[in-house]
Each structure stands twice: as structure tokens, then as C-alpha cells.
Design a protein around this ligand. Sequence first.
Ligand SMILES: C[S@@+](CC[C@H](N)C(=O)[O-])C[C@H]1O[C@@H](n2cnc3c(N)ncnc32)[C@H](O)[C@@H]1O
Length: 270
Amino acid sequence: MNLSDKDFYKLTDYIKKQYGLELSNKRRLVEGRLGCQMTERGYSDCREYLKACFADVSGKELNGLVSLLTTNHTFFMREPEHYRFMREAVLPYLKSAHSDSRTMRIWSAGCSSGEEAYTAAMTVCEYLGEQKSMWDTRILATDISVKALSAAQRGIYTERAVSDLPADWREKYFTKERGRYKISDTIRGEVIFRMFNLMDGIPYKREPFDLIFCRNVMIYFDKDTRRALVNKLYDVLTPGGYLFVGHSEGITGEMSRYEYIRPAVYRRPK
Ligand SMILES: C[S@@+](CC[C@H](N)C(=O)[O-])C[C@H]1O[C@@H](n2cnc3c(N)ncnc32)[C@H](O)[C@@H]1O
């Protein structure tokens, strides 16, 4: 790998400024992933490849580069305490508070390949049961990785990937095709996937969210970036709306505007 110090820092500075991701201490990871992508794209020289990424006005090369520098590890029913709390506290609250409009606004911010948003959609369907058809509970799911988003949109998972879901959910919410599990049209239709960079201004102020999942995204951000993001999320939460962050992220000092509810659960005061 012929990535010079200058090119490495130029790239990691750009990624940090643009996407908030701190990669300057992850040289081996950056080199490893760049190496694979360069070969795939037919480049043997790093500088040439990076030049091509920044010169491509369609943004396609750069999107590919960003996708490969993100860490997309996720799984169904990750941090099950959140889904339990959602079922036992958040959904009952929203069902009663929004009984007139019959809408619930949920956002999976940093959704990766869709498992988080689909688990939330299944949780909502299970909770509302037969009343689901009377409610608009579609979930917005966003990420910067085009690769992860296209996997999310395909919604096809391995048997192992769905093994943490209850057996009856696998039956109800997936179809089995050649040993793989495809998310049902019903659940697929409950989630709207979009590319969105959390470093940008959040354009959803007019229709704020009742529940935001922003889990295991901020671990790659520095303190100032995390603080700025949680404040932006606060501004697009309804009063009484909840924010779920990852249990291992240790985000506490940044949450001064929020009410602490329980580990990794915060609320915008009513
Ligand atoms: C480790 S995954 C977490 C997925 C899921 N939230 C979970 O907890 O399982 C982190 C995701 O955050 C996304 N991400 C990182 N920086 C982002 C940014 N600036 N804007 C939007 N998404 C971002 C990555 O592309 C990645 O898919």
C-alpha cells in the first residue's frame, strides 16, 4: 500500500470534517479497506484512486469510498432492553398521547443494513396488533453508506442473522428463499430508507420525531461532534420524545438538555 502520510491525513481530515468520523488513529483499517477497493476499481496507485474519487462529479466514487470507511456492524434485536422499553413504555405513551392523529414518528439515524429499523417496525406491529392498519407509524432510516443502504433496501438476511428474533416473528415477517430470509413486504413498506449525513442540518423540524434511535454511531465521533449532534437531535424531538443511544457509548456529559430515563435512554422534557 503506497498511501503517503500526506494523503492519509488529507483523507482522514476530509472524512472527519465531512462525516464526523475520526479515522486518523486507524491507519491500518484505512489502508486495508482502501487496498481492497482500489483493486476492485482497477487502480494500483493510491493517489490516483483518491484523485479519481474527488474528481468524480457524480459523487459515485466518493460515496463508494465513504461506504468502505464506515463500520456497519449491526444485528436484529441488538440491545434488546431498548425494544423492551419501547414496548412497555414508549409505545403505550405514544398510543395514548397520539390517539387523535394516530401517527408515530420514529427515526433510525445511522441505520446501516436495516436490522435496527426493521426490528423497530416489527415491535410496533406486534404492539398495535389489529389496530396497526389505523396508524401511520412509518419509520425513517438513514445512513451515509450507500452499500449498507442498498443491503437494507434488499432486506435479505442469513438464517444466522435472524436467529435472535422470536420464531413466530421469523414466520410472520419474513419469507424464506433459498435458505435466506427476505423481509416481508408489510415490514419493508413500514421503513423509508434515505441517504443522510448526520453532520448536515436536519431538515425534519416541521415534523419532529417521537423516538430516535442513534445507536453505535457516535462511538466514532469526538466529544464536540457528539455534543453538537445530540443537540441537533433534541431540536427534532417532540417534547416527551425519546432518544436511544448505544449502551456502550458512554454518552452522558453531552446530554445536559435531556432528561435521563435509564441507561442509554434519554427524553426531551415534556
Ligand atoms: C455500527 S453501525 C450501527 C448501526 C445500528 N444503529 C446499530 O446500532 O446496530 C454505525 C452506522 O452509522 C453510520 N454513520 C457513521 N457516520 C455517519 C454520519 N455522519 N451520518 C450518517 N450515518 C453515519 C455508518 O455508516 C454505520 O452504518
